[in-house]
Design a protein around this ligand. Sequence first.
Ligand code: PLP
Length: 441
Amino acid sequence: MDMSQATPNDLDALWMPFTANRAFKQAPRLLARAEGMSYFTPEGREVLDGTAGLWCVNAGHGRRQIVEAIQKTAASLDFAPGFQMGHPLMFQAASRLAQITPAGLDRIFFTNSGSESADTALKIALAYHRSRGQAQRIKLIGRERGYHGINFGGLSVGGIGANKKQFGPLLGNVDHLPHTHMQSNLFTRGQPEHGFELADAVEDMVQLHGADTIAAVIVEPVAGSTGILVPPKGYLERLRALCDKHGILLIFDEVITGFGRMGANFAADLYNVTPDILTMAKGLTNAAVPMGAVAVSNEIYTQVVENAAPGIELFHGYTYSGHPLACAAAIATMDIHRDEALPARAKAIEPEWQEAVHSLRDRPNVMDIRNAGLIAGIELRPRNGKPADRAGRIMQRCFDAGVLIRTTGDIVALSPPLIIESSHIDRIVTTLGEAIAAEAA
Ligand SMILES: Cc1ncc(COP(=O)(O)O)c(C=O)c1O
């Protein structure tokens, strides 16, 4: 193409992430302002947020307390290095976070995103085994349909083929457990009855690779990005038991399920299964400043840090680990979660949410509905030869009708802010139901 003939517009320069750039730039969807449960387009049209941004604005938009904390900190400490130096807010944020992470996971490493948290967790697992004389434990086990971000480590243990195929061989020494989606569990409310034995695939990995070569198993307690796969009853407990049996670390990726989303601080609390390492991001700062974190067991910290020779114990970190603005936002966010009891609020409204989303069952082409906490997945029958077309059009219809939903393939994924009220639930489900009906053909 002769670029001199191309007409540049002000959308040209940006290469958008995880977006069909060409289609988007033909018909952009822009969000210019946000407050409470809603976005507003540049023209001022309200769009109700059925997705908490990208699973992250759990306390609702534009929270003054968070805005003011960021403003105040920006004016007093724009940045301080976190390597061989520190600043009070990073210690304060870690202490506050350690108070709400599951008991025993009291040591916090800061990152800037969920992807960085996943890679950090995997590296800590390897460093842990090495430091106790088990350097041969280098295998990392993920799960089909898992999503752990897009850096090389998380991508390698992730289980979404489309995300990997452009990028070569990725990490070696990786294998995957089977995913937990089963036909016998369709339209389950909450945790499915069938499938806990899928965790026994850990034994297959042990048979195949040898227990003493496996460093860690990493799973999302509820798989989000591949369309809401809720763990079968007993599944996470079984994973925990098998990892213990074989000396394998268990990592929960709670980037989506953390910070009240499940009606508890973390999915680990809800399901009463404590991993050795827990990754976070998104809701940690209410998404107002990018931040991620990894909580590790005291045993891992002691092994890697306290038992090390003098000097740097872990050769890992980011320039912006514990950035002052992110720490200020995280502390203000945790204040809001505490003062407004957001996890309890999510739990209280969950039954109503569950009833409402399952009311879509009889709409055309609905193949399955799944829910946990304030998350729901509605799986639609793909159009012949046009995967993702039906859901994509439904998303556009909802947006035009003033409701933001998210789709992954032909699955609609909903995850509203935890401040949602009954009238919002009605509006999301009614608008979505009408859009599904309008795309019946
Ligand atoms: C479970 C999980 N892990 C990791 C990530 C990656 O987070 P980020 O996009 O902040 O890198 C996501 C993002 O959706 C996620 O859902």
